[in-house]
Design a binder for this molecule. Structure first.
Ligand SMILES: [Zn+2]
Length: 300
């Protein structure tokens, strides 16, 4: 894979590289099958101020590199921004916030010291950064738009040639990515994702996600019509290669597709009302189980 800005991808480990005017990139040391080569952390610096985006890990070397870039030349770090609260983006956020004495700004109630409004403007010492709420990949996903240098930081909402899972609402994802496409219009932008190299074809990336999701919707609709009315049955049909925790992850991304289908009319969604009832009951069990596990985790 190549990066338009950096040339080769992935960049060398520990490298700090300018990817656009006022924006630097640091690759977090957390490569895995979930995160590809690792999570992209970014520093936006302008005048005497900076913001740090997605610390991603608790690794002290990485956090210190972010701190040093943020405070370079005596700058003041004004916020830690999280594109969303999945651990591969939010890990290290609390530590980094303490290290640089700045608030965490994001849409996740679990992490936010300050929750922005959709389209809120951050004034980074004269550089306007627009905060866009883009739910879909997760409920709390956000993108950052800097019109002055045509930079769009996309988190996991849009990953260039790759596609991320949908843990939030699929209908909201469609709305969010269409908004990004309209926002960019005919401008040439540098899109900086949460994983993988930068890209410039936002409309192409949106079209790719739309077609991947449309195919998945068709697949799930057909399997439900064949009587696969549990998440487990759907997961084993659609992700036969996944086992254990990865099968659970697969199931969680199917939930949004089933909920989307269930919200459509019988003609375009789930034809047989009995099938709809059964799969929705199973999804309800899935959510109850998830909430139970999250409550238990927050107590421990
Ligand atoms: Zn991620």
């Amino acid at each position: 894979m190549t990066s338009k800005v950096l040339g080769s991808w992935p960049p060398e480990h520990g490298a700090v590289q300018a990817v656009a005017p006022h924006v630097e990139h640091l690759l977090a040391p957390n490569p895995s099958s979930w995160t590809y080569e690792g999570t992209n952390s970014y520093v936006i610096a302008h005048g005497g101020a900076s913001v740090l985006i997605d610390p991603a890990v608790t690794d002290a070397t990485h956090l210190d590199a972010l701190r040093r870039r943020g405070q370079h030349d005596g700058r003041q770090v004004s916020a830690i921004l999280l594109t969303h609260d999945h651990p591969d983006h939010s890990d290290g956020a609390r530590e980094l916030a303490e290290l640089v004495d700045a608030p965490i700004v994001c849409f996740s109630p679990r992490f936010a010291d300050e929750q922005p409004a959709h389209e809120q403007l951050i004034d980074l010492d004269g550089l306007p950064i627009h905060v866009l709420h883009t739910p879909g990949h997760s409920d709390d996903s956000l993108c950052l738009w800097i019109p002055e240098n045509d930079v769009l930081i996309t988190g996991d909402t849009l990953l260039g040639k790759r596609s991320a899972g949908v843990m939030g609402s699929l209908g909201e994802l469609f709305t969010s990515i269409a908004m990004l496409r309209d926002l960019v219009g005919s401008r040439t932008v540098t899109a900086l994702p949460g994983h993988g190299p930068d890209f410039d074809d936002v409309a192409g990336s949106v079209a790719r996600v739309e077609s991947v999701r449309a195919r998945r919707i068709d697949q799930v609709r057909a399997h439900i019509a064949d009587g696969n009315t549990t998440l487990e049955a759907l997961t084993s049909r659609i992700y036969p290669e996944l086992t254990g925790s990865r099968a659970k992850f697969g199931a969680s991304t199917l939930v949004s597709t089933v909920e989307h289908l269930a919200g459509l009319s019988p003609e375009t969604g789930i034809k047989d009302p009995r099938h709809r009832e059964l799969i929705l009951a199973d999804i309800e069990r899935y959510w109850q189980e998830r909430h139970r596990r999250m409550a238990a985790a927050s107590q421990s």
